[in-house]
Design a protein around this ligand. Structure first.
Ligand code: AMP
Ligand code: ZN
Length: 114
């Protein structure tokens, strides 16, 4: 069995609230939302973090970000604004080691982040 929780979500082997999927990526609700809208967007391929991505992955990264923006618009936060972020490594606050883009919206975000 694949030990990676996000691979298992992408394979639909564990339940999650999937909001979008295609041949490259899957988007689903964060289990512990930090904003009224909190979606995670992951590649189907297991990649640990942004640190592992290569130039050839630029289209994949762009696709993840553009789908994040589309989901934000579709869910009504396109005009009010939102944040998309890759927590990366220890200082970046990454806790799940399958790369994921957070889409957060529906409330004002502060800066700098904690
Ligand atoms: P990060 O700290 O950037 O690695 O973010 C990991 C995120 O994954 C956190 O916001 C968690 O709440 C979320 N998470 C962990 N397990 C699950 C799960 N099974 N389904 C949905 N979200 C999850
Ligand atoms: Zn994985």
């Amino acid at each position: 069995m694949n030990a990676c929780m996000f691979c298992r979500i992408a394979e639909r082997k564990v339940p999650s609230e999937i909001v979008y999927e295609d041949d490259q990526i899957v988007a689903f609700h964060d289990i512990n939302p930090q904003a009224p809208l909190h979606i995670l967007i992951i590649p189907r391929r297991h990649v640990v973090s942004v640190e592992e991505l290569k130039e050839a992955d630029a289209p994949l990264l762009g696709h993840m970000m553009l789908i994040g923006a589309k989901i934000a618009r579709d869910r009504g936060v396109g005009d009010s604004g939102y944040r998309i972020v890759f927590n990366t490594g220890m200082h970046g606050g990454q806790t799940v080691f399958h790369v994921h883009l957070h889409l957060l919206g529906g409330r004002p975000m502060s800066w700098p982040p904690g």
